[in-house]
Design a binder for this molecule. Structure first.
Ligand code: NAP
Length: 483
């Protein structure tokens, strides 16, 4: 093992967290990895102590210094905190790359055993709907903002290709819903296609994410590296972990340019906490990802091999792995067995060479358009008025303003003028689309302010969005039913 010492923050976490963290620390110590552990806290007890984020300032300070954390699962107790402490930690340290390896394990029988499942899900970890920006525009009309940036997409797509190179993988599949979400998922897909050109040694392809879910169940062995936006990646990576035995086996890394956080995918499993029943495999495998990240390739291989050998032998297994007449053992006995097996390697398991992932460098410069043309403004209003009545009523107050009402829509469906006779059940929040009256007209903020005052007298407005064309391309989507 290398002579370097590594400072690492560890967070025992909740439920089974302290047991699986202790198991991992025992294995790393036995493998003689030189780690200076710093214990810090987050999760249930921190929420209960009145810290709304669930993360103590000293925990943040420690990770800021060590740049590396091994974390047990964190629970959000009912009635405390509004935000997940996990998501808070990921966002505070911009750990944008969530890496979840999905590889068939020796000795763990699943309906897919023998098919050679071996791929990695690379999930964007801080953007998308996890920006957590939601509004109730009325008590019965909720809205969430899906945030996807060019830079965030470029970072995660490059990371996926760099990971493919580091692990000698041949193909990166990007799964998106770009067919429906043209600007958010569409931007991610376009950036993926641009980035792919810089990696001619790696094959690239795109799948629509719903088909990808289907493919993951039908033919998971086709995948090598899968890259996705946050929500899609969250859902499909859990699906993927089920293919190899479930949450007890699923490791993850949250990689950032500064700090990185390693954790099992599973939660605190309160039902089995404190009973010496938890399976430490997922966190132990997460610690292997951590060691690779720290450049401790030999130690990572030794621990992974000991773990795989223990699973392959199947002599000592925790309750979730035993079965088929085999007596279950406890967390401590399983950990001892892994330690005993340090120096052994699985007999039948295909080897893979790992190199350290080269973290991509992406310019922080914003992408500017050469020409930005104001096209109009969308105003969301709270109203139960029939659009056929509301439309003329709004049109009657526009005189002197440089805009015209082009349509009213509800949940993305054009309902005024309803030339197609569309049958829809409107919610109580409508979108009024105003476009500049004549091509080339400008739309000053004072015009918009005047418009809002006039519209507000007819129906209270709750949300405003300016409409632009960037370099001749509309930067807003059309409604269903709009020409
Ligand atoms: P969970 O804790 O993952 O537990 C679901 C079930 O999976 C457990 O009841 C247990 O099944 C099994 N399980 C999970 N990990 C296991 C392990 N290491 N060994 C053996 N069995 C394991 O999911 P949850 O019950 O939905 O969530 C509980 C709490 O954890 C919640 O507060 C949630 O917010 C939090 N959570 C935290 C994280 C995180 O920190 N990253 C992730 C997910 C959830 P059996 O009951 O069949 O034994």
């Amino acid at each position: 093992m290398s002579a370097r010492r590594h400072p690492v923050t560890f967070i025992p976490g909740d439920g089974i967290g302290p047991e699986v963290i202790a198991a991992v620390q025992a294995v790393l110590a036995a493998a003689e990895v030189r780690i200076d552990w710093e214990e810090r806290h987050a999760g249930a007890r921190v929420f209960k102590a009145g810290v709304a984020s669930g993360v103590l300032p000293e925990t943040i300070e420690s990770i800021r210094r060590t740049r590396c954390a091994l974390k047990g699962p964190l629970a959000t107790p009912v009635g405390f905190g509004e935000k997940s402490a996990n998501v808070t930690l990921r966002k505070f340290f911009e750990t944008y790359g969530n890496i979840r390896p999905v590889r068939e394990l020796p000795g763990i029988r699943t309906p897919y055993s023998g098919r050679g499942i071996d791929f990695v899900v690379v999930r964007e970890n801080v953007e998308d709907l996890y920006a957590g920006i939601e509004y109730l525009q009325t008590p019965g009309f909720a809205q969430a903002l899906k945030i996807v940036t060019r830079r965030g997409s470029e970072k995660i797509c490059r990371l996926a290709f760099e990971l493919a190179r580091a692990e000698g993988r041949k193909k990166v599949t990007c799964a998106t819903k770009a067919n429906i979400l043209k600007f958010t998922e569409g931007l991610f897909k376009r950036v993926f296609e641009e980035v792919a050109k810089d990696y001619p040694d790696i094959q690239s392809e795109h799948q629509i994410v719903d088909n990808c879910a289907h493919q993951l169940v039908m033919r998971p062995e086709q995948f090598d590296v899968l890259v996705m936006t946050n929500m899609n990646g969250d859902i499909l990576s859990d699906l993927a972990s089920a293919l190899i035995g479930g949450l007890g086996f699923a490791p993850s890394a949250n990689l950032g340019d500064g700090a990185s956080i390693f954790e099992a995918v599973h939660g605190s499993a309160p039902q089995i906490a404190g009973k010496d029943m938890a399976n430490p495999t997922a966190l132990l495998h997460s610690s292997v990802l951590m060691l690779r990240h720290l450049g401790e390739m030999k130690a990572a291989a030794a621990i992974e091999n000991a773990l795989l050998f223990t699973l392959e032998e199947g002599k000592i297994l925790t309750a979730d792995m035993a079965g088929g007449g085999r007596e279950p053992s406890g967390t401590k006995a399983f950990t001892k067995e892994v330690i005993k097996n340090l120096g052994s390697a699985p007999k039948t398991y295909p080897r893979r060479e790992y190199r350290r992932i080269k973290m991509p460098q992406v310019s922080p410069a914003a992408v500017a358009a050469k020409e930005t043309r104001p096209m109009g403004v969308d105003v969301f209003v709270v109203t139960a008025i029939d659009p056929a009545v509301l439309g003329p009523s709004i049109e009657s107050v526009l005189s002197g303003l440089p805009v015209r009402l082009t349509q009213i829509s509800n949940r993305g469906i054009k309902v005024y003028p309803n030339t197609l006779g569309i049958e829809s059940e409107p919610g109580d929040c409508a979108r009024l689309r105003f476009k500049v009256a004549r091509r080339g007209d400008t739309l000053a903020d004072k015009d918009i302010a005047d418009l809002l005052l006039r519209v507000g007298a007819k129906a209270p407005w709750v949300h405003v969005e300016k409409l632009f064309k960037y370099d001749g391309q509309a930067a807003f989507t059309k409604d269903q039913g709009e020409d």
